[in-house]
Design a protein around this ligand. Structure first.
Ligand code: ADP
Ligand code: MG
Length: 684
């Protein structure tokens, strides 16, 4: 066997047909094969007396065949072979579908190990299609066996044997990609031991050791790879910026900046003077003042003569930015423009001319900023707000407008830095974990249906005081059916209008509306035309309605904590005391516990940590831009500590050997290159 990149078909006992089956699982090479990890394990070391078996459990029994197997044809051309086996305690009925050969391979009077799920009842116990092995020739029984994720045409047995054979052939090839010193410092086992025991654990302890090592390795490789990508980016040059006295900017602001704001600005400024393009994510809770960070960067870039573009996901958000940033930057003699899809032709022409001539310093808008006819004289900084990441196509579009501009992404999804580094891959991360002083806490209550009347009374009271209310409406469909958002929202709003609040102005916003319609509704509401805004979750995006003081969330149990936190961020933006009411009809203990977190804290980072602990990071990963290597073994809901450890180790290692040119880094470097070669497309 040549090396780990050898095609699996050359592994003894695999061959063409099986290799094709394995390919369906993404297994092409020997390395893929031994890197195909079990989903779980079954302890089949012991056999149990038939009498003691409970229906539903999966077990092994040692029993003697007590009858000659019989074969019958049944409907659909299938065959069924039946037999009966006994041990000292009881009998077991055996049924095999489409395994006609069992008729001749099972012999009355012989003893076998049968392994399968127990069916039947107290009187008769049965197994359907059990594994059958003979003592002394056991592979799938008599030990702890790995259970692999499968696909059609690939059985556990096939995989099991292929992996076993694969391991045997490559045992001597498994060199260790982790440098010895790293392995020792973190008490990790050797890679050979790890691969052996992750597939065929010798003991529970050995399995733990193996898993720990492989998780660490995966996270270490990923971190090293990402860090190297960041470095590689440093090989191109970004728009040149020279230092400027930030105090000149700070001095004219209406308020002193928070420490977190200054830190984030400092990090961005350092990026921009580095000569390399900035690629930074600034993440901070709603209301942490990310707009100011953007403003400071725009001002800073302008000091070196660069234009900036600020992209918001919706027109209304773009307009809100324009209204706050325009006057602010105006104080410094900078000119802003608002460019959205709905700009009139003349207006649009003027803006385009201003951008091309360099007269406009900051252009705020939606994706309209990227359309073909928009050209900039000297675009140096691109900021995107409330968006997780630029899509690849948008990056390409942007590439037409400027060469390697500085990029700043503002995100209101607070997640731990370690996780952000993985999810956002090649972005550097600034965390804003501090709110401007004097922020009021939004009082939050988690209640059940019995509070309905009191809630309605409370809503009236808020409206009577001149405030506005958001109600996030439930989306409940028939069982097993995806609810029709439009219908559900309309029906709910109708009920509120006609039965509950006939005297109030109830507006409706839902995700199936056209963007234009949404904006019209949102704008009218923001302008005070409406007392209650019924919405599906579309209001999640950072719209500012300072007069809204109350948010009611129906079916709160359906939302993740981070999502609830985002929703809650829509209130508490003005002077008045604000409230958030989380309604849940029949809260389970689990739901109660989750919602209680919301009533206890307003800190987005704390909430996201809880959310992670409860639900795992799946949801965060759901939103990420693909292109990163998928995690095969690490599970970030329980491996967070190991993630910290691996990231720290990776940073240290790269600090000492940034080019991975030392002999101890050779294997590591190769592994990273293989890992990222496949995924490089999405990351560049
Ligand atoms: P977000 O991070 O959610 O985008 P914004 O930038 O919209 O937050 O800021 C929220 C509000 O806080 C705005 O009204 C802004 O003027 C105000 N603000 C920002 N920074 C400060 C500060 N350092 N001190 C006081 N108020 C601030
Ligand atoms: Mg914002």
């Amino acid at each position: 066997m040549a090396d780990l990149n050898t095609d699996v078909r050359y592994i003894r006992g695999v061959g063409e047909t099986r290799a094709r089956a394995l390919q369906k699982l993404g297994i092409f090479t020997l390395r893929d094969l031994i890197g195909y990890f079990p989903r779980r394990y079954e302890d089949r070391t012991l056999t149990r007396p038939i009498r003691e078996l409970a229906v539903g459990e999966t077990v092994c029994v040692r029993a003697m065949l007590a009858s000659d197997p019989t074969a019958h044809r049944i409907s659909g051309g299938r065959t069924v072979v039946k037999a009966r086996a006994v041990d000292e305690s009881e009998a077991l009925e055996l049924t095999f579908f489409n395994q006609e050969y069992r008729k001749n391979s099972l012999h009355r009077g012989d003893t076998y190990i049968f392994c399968g799920k127990v069916e039947g009842n107290l009187l008769v116990r049965r197994m359907t299609n059990p594994i059958v092995e003979t003592e002394g020739r056991q592979t799938l029984t008599g030990r702890v066996v790995p259970i692999y994720p499968l696909t059609a045409g690939v059985s556990q047995g096939l995989l099991y044997k292929a992996v076993e054979q694969g391991l045997a052939e490559c045992r001597h090839l498994l060199s260790d990609c982790l440098p010895d010193s790293v392995r020792q410092a973190h008490s990790l086992c050797h890679s050979g031991f790890a691969y052996e025991n992750i597939h065929f654990p010798r003991s529970p302890e050995a399995l733990d050791l193996a898993r720990r090592r492989l998780v660490f390795e995966e996270l270490f490789l990923l971190t090293c790879g990402l860090q190297r990508l960041r470095c590689r980016r440093r090989d191109v040059s970004g728009p040149a910026c020279h230092g400027a006295d930030m105090e000149k900017f700070y001095g004219k602001l209406p308020f002193p900046l928070t420490g977190a704001q200054k830190r984030a600005i400092g990090e961005a400024v350092a990026d921009m003077v580095s000569g390399r393009p900035m690629n930074r994510l600034c993440q901070g809770d709603v209301g942490s003042g990310k707009t100011m960070v953007a403003a400071a960067c725009v001002w800073f870039a302008a000091q070196s003569g660069w234009q900036s573009a600020l992209m918001a996901p919706t027109e209304i958000l773009a307009r809100q930015h324009y209204e706050s940033l325009g006057p602010l930057l105006g104080k410094f003699g900078l000119r802003c423009a608002l460019l959205t899809g709905s700009a009139r032709a003349k207006e649009r022409r003027d803006i385009l001319a201003g951008l091309a001539s360099g007269e406009i310093d900051l252009c705020i808008g939606t994706h309209a900023l990227l359309t073909a006819d928009v050209t900039y004289q000297r675009l140096g900084l691109v900021i995107t707000d409330e968006q997780h990441r630029f899509g690849v196509d948008q990056r390409a579009a942007l590439g037409q407008k400027a060469e390697n501009p500085h990029m700043l992404v503002l995100s209101a999804t607070p997640i731990p830095r370690t996780l952000a580094l993985i999810i956002y891959g090649d972005l550097d991360v600034s965390v804003m974990d501090e709110l401007p002083p004097g922020r009021q806490k939004v009082d939050t209550f988690a209640v059940d249906e019995s509070y309905r009347r009191r809630i309605n009374k409370f809503i009236r009271k808020q409206v009577a005081q001149g405030h506005q209310v958001f109600i996030v409406c439930p989306l409940v469909g028939q069982e097993d059916q995806i609810p029709d958002e439009r219908k559900a929202a309309a029906a709910y709003a109708k009920k509120l209008r006609e039965e509950v609040f006939p005297d109030l102005r109830v507006c409706l916003l839902h995700g199936k509306m056209k963007p234009k319609e949404k904006e019209t509704v949102m704008e009218a509401f923001a302008a005070g035309n409406g007392d209650i805004l019924v919405a599906t979750t579309v209001i999640e995006v950072g719209v500012d309605v300072p007069n809204a003081t109350c948010m009611v969330v129906e079916n709160a149990e359906r939302f993740g904590l981070s999502q609830l936190h985002q929703l809650r961020g829509r209130v508490g933006r003005g002077q008045a005391k604000s409230y958030c009411i989380l309604l849940s009809e029949h809260p389970s203990e689990e739901t109660k516990r989750r919602l209680k977190v919301m009533t206890k804290t307003n800190d987005g980072f704390e909430i996201s940590r809880e959310d992670l602990a409860i639900r795992g990071p799946g949801d965060f990963f759901g939103q990420r831009q693909h292109g990163l290597p998928a995690l095969k073994i690490a599970d970030l809901s329980c491996d967070m500590r190991l993630l910290d450890e691996a990231q720290a180790a990776a940073r240290d290692w790269l600090a000492a050997d940034p080019e991975l040119s030392a002999p101890e880094s050779r294997e590591l470097r190769q592994r990273i290159e293989t890992l990222f070669a496949v995924n490089a497309e999405g990351l560049n």
